[in-house]
Design a protein. Structure first.
Length: 559
C-alpha cells in the first residue's frame, strides 16, 4: 500500500470532512500529513482541519546568499527530514480556503504578525487538549511510531509522543464515536517502553514504507549566554537531593543542567561560587530553606512533560539515579526508609508487618514479589507451596525462621526491579540525543517511562502515587516578564499576540502548590532588547498574564 492508497482508505472511511489530530513536535507522520494535505489542496470538496502543536520546520533564508548557506546547513543538520507542506503554505499565507490548521502551542515567536495563524490558535492547558480535540469532532489520529518484535509479537511504540494520543484514543473508544487511528512506521524513532508500547491492533491503518523512513527533526543546541549561566547556577542550588526535577527546553534549561553538573562533578568549585554570591548578599536564606549545594547521593527522578537532552547528561553523571516504583505500598516504604532497593529477608517481614503481603503467601502475594524482583523469576507457586528451579519445595508461611533461611538461599532476588528513573510525555532534541536513546540497552531504556501528559502534568487520578514519587519536586520553567504583583507573563503579549502557548506551565505551577515540599521556579532574564534598547522584564503590571499572582512561588533572574 502506497501513501496515496492510504489516503484513499482514510477518505473512504471518514468522508470528505476530515478533522486530523497529530502530535506536537517530532511525532508527526509527515508523509501521511503531506499526502492528505496535497489531496485536499487539489480537491476543494475535501474539508481538512489539522489539529496539532509545535509544528517544526527547517530554517529558510531570505536573500540568495542566505538560502545557499541554509541549504547546506539543513542538509547537514536535518538530512532528509521532509518539511510539512501545510506549514510552507501557511507561513506564506497560501493555505487553501478548505483547509485550516489549529494549534495550541506555537514555535516561540514564529508567528508574530501572522494574523490568520494567530486567529487559529487555541489557548489550552496541555492536560485539556484531549477535551478540545474531542469538542472539534476529531475523526482521524495519525502518529509516527517505532516497531519491534517482542515475545514473537509485533508491537508498536508511540515513542516520542504518547502525551495526548493515549488519552485521546481512550476517550474516543469510551464515547463510541468513529475515529481512525493511523500509524506511520519510522525506524529512526527510538522504541520506547512504558505506556508508549501498544499492540498492533491499536491502529486501524499502518503505513510502513522503508523509503519514507526520514530523519527525526533534531534542532541543534543553542549557545548559553553568561546571563543564562547565572540563572542556571541559582536554580541548581534550589534543587534538593532525593527529589524530582522538571526542566524546560532552551538555553535557560541547559544552564540549569550545567549548574547541576557543576554541583555534582566539581563540588568544591561550585560551593566556592555559591559562597561568593552569599557574601555579596544576593541570595538571602533561600538556599538553606529550599535547596542544597552538596553532591547528589540518592539522586533525582527526572519527570517532565518533555524529556530534554540535558536529562541524558544528568543520567550519565549520576544526578538522575533515583528510581521510583508504580506501587503505592512499595513507594511509601521506600520513602519512609523502612525498606531499601537492595534487601535481605527482612523485607518479607516488613511487607507482612505493613500488610502489603499475607503471613501465609497467596498466589497474588507471590506474583507481587516476583514482579518487583523480591523473588526470582525461576521460582513458582503451586498448591500453597513455593517450588524452586532445583527441585526444592516449601510452604509459603513467611514467619517460620527456617523458611526465611530457605527463601534467602533459594528464592530471594538481589534488588528491586521495574522501577523508573525518568517519566516523560514527549521528547525532542538533537540527533545525538536520539542516537543515545536508540543505542541504550533495552534494560536502561526501560528505565524511561513514557506516559500520557495526564499522568505527568497533574496529580488527578493518580494522586497518592504521584505525591510519593514527587518528593522534593522542583518544576523549573521560563517566562518572559514578571509583574511586581507576582504574576508571570509567559505565552503572549497584551495586544493579544501569541508568542508560544501555555503548554504545561500552568499545570506544573499549580501542582507545586499542592505538594508540601514542592516548588515552582520560574526564571527569566532581567532585561530584554527591543530595537537595541534595553527594557526591564520586571514590570509594575501587564495587560496579559499566564500565571496569576496567587500562584507565585520562586522567581529567578541573573540577579
Amino acid at each position: 500500500m502506497n501513501c496515496d492508497q492510504l489516503v484513499d482508505q482514510i477518505i473512504h472511511q471518514t468522508g470528505s470532512n476530515i478533522v486530523l489530530g497529530v502530535p506536537l513536535g517530532a511525532g508527526k507522520p509527515n508523509t501521511i500529513i503531506n499526502a492528505l494535505y496535497d489531496r485536499a489542496k487539489n480537491d476543494q470538496n475535501i474539508h481538512l482541519t489539522i489539529c496539532t502543536a509545535l509544528t517544526l520546520q527547517r530554517p529558510v533564508g531570505n536573500s540568495d546568499l542566505e538560502k545557499r548557506f541554509i541549504g547546506l546547513f539543513n542538509e547537514r543538520i536535518f538530512g532528509d527530514y521532509p518539511d510539512l507542506h501545510y506549514e510552507m503554505d501557511r507561513v506564506n499565507g497560501n493555505l487553501p480556503p478548505n483547509i485550516r490548521v489549529i494549534e495550541f502551542y506555537f514555535a516561540p515567536g514564529k508567528y508574530i504578525g501572522k494574523s490568520e495563524i494567530q486567529r487559529d490558535y487555541i489557548s489550552s492547558n496541555y492536560t485539556h487538549v484531549v477535551r478540545d480535540l474531542m469538542d472539534r469532532g476529531i475523526n482521524v489520529i495519525a502518529q509516527l511510531v517505532a516497531k519491534e518484535i517482542i515475545d514473537d509479537q509485533l508491537c508498536y511504540s508511540l515513542s516520542s509522543n504518547p502525551d495526548v494520543t493515549l488519552d485521546l484514543a481512550e476517550k474516543i473508544h469510551d464515547s463510541g464515536k468513529k475515529c481512525l487511528l493511523v500509524a506511520q512506521v519510522n525506524e529512526n524513532l527510538p522504541f520506547m517502553y512504558g505506556d508508549a508500547m501498544v499492540p498492533d491492533k491499536f491502529f486501524d491503518l499502518v503505513y510502513d514504507e522503508p523509503a519514507d523512513y526520514f530523519q527525526i527533526f533534531g534542532p541543534p543546541k543553542q549557545s548559553v549566554p553568561d546571563v543564562d549561566f547565572m540563572i542556571g547556577l541559582y536554580c541548581s542550588a534550589l534543587v534538593k537531593d532525593d527529589g524530582e526535577i522538571q526542566v524546560g527546553i532552551g538555553s535557560l534549561g541547559d544552564a540549569t543542567i550545567y549548574g547541576l553538573l557543576l554541583r555534582q562533578n566539581e563540588n568544591e568549585v561550585y560551593k566556592e561560587m555559591i559562597g561568593d554570591l552569599r557574601r555579596e548578599g544576593r541570595i538571602g536564606d533561600l538556599f538553606e530553606t529550599l535547596g542544597e549545594t552538596e553532591t547528589f547521593d540518592k539522586g533525582l527522578l527526572g519527570a517532565s512533560e518533555m524529556i530534554v537532552d540535558g536529562f541524558r547528561q544528568l543520567y550519565e553523571n549520576g544526578v538522575i539515579k533515583k528510581r521510583v516504583y508504580d506501587d503505592v505500598a512499595l513507594q511509601r516504604l521506600l520513602n519512609a526508609g523502612l525498606i531499601e532497593e537492595t534487601f535481605d529477608t527482612d523485607i518479607l517481614l516488613t511487607l507482612v508487618k505493613e500488610r502489603v503481603i499475607h503471613d501465609r503467601l497467596t498466589k497474588a502475594d507471590f506474583d507481587y514479589l516476583v514482579h518487583w524482583g523480591i523473588f526470582r523469576d525461576d521460582v513458582r507457586f503451586e498448591d500453597g507451596h513455593i517450588h524452586t528451579a532445583d527441585g526444592h519445595c516449601i510452604s509459603s508461611y513467611v514467619h517460620e525462621p527456617s523458611h526465611l533461611a530457605f527463601y534467602a538461599k533459594h528464592c530471594l532476588g538481589k534488588k528491586l526491579r521495574n522501577g523508573h528513573l525518568m517519566h516523560g510525555g514527549f521528547f525532542l532534541g538533537p540527533q545525538s540525543f536520539y542516537q543515545w536513546l536508540r543505542d541504550l540497552p533495552k534494560s536502561e531504556r526501560r528505565l524511561i517511562h513514557m506516559k500520557s501528559v495526564q499522568k505527568i502534568n497533574q496529580l488527578y487520578g493518580h494522586e497518592l502515587l504521584d505525591r510519593l514519587h514527587r518528593k522534593n519536586a522542583r518544576f523549573i520553567n521560563t517566562c518572559m516578564m514578571y509583574t511586581l504583583g507576582g504574576a508571570a507573563v509567559s505565552d503572549g503579549l497584551e495586544d493579544g499576540t501569541v508568542i508560544s502557548g501555555v503548554g504545561g506551565q500552568y499545570n506544573f505551577v499549580a501542582m507545586a502548590q499542592e505538594l508540601p515540599d514542592g516548588h515552582s521556579i520560574l526564571n527569566l532574564r532581567s532585561t530584554r532588547l527591543e530595537n537595541g534598547i534595553a527594557h526591564s522584564s520586571i514590570v509594575p503590571h501587564y495587560g496579559h498574564i499566564t500565571i496569576p499572582k496567587h500562584l507565585r512561588d520562586v522567581v529567578v533572574t541573573e540577579y
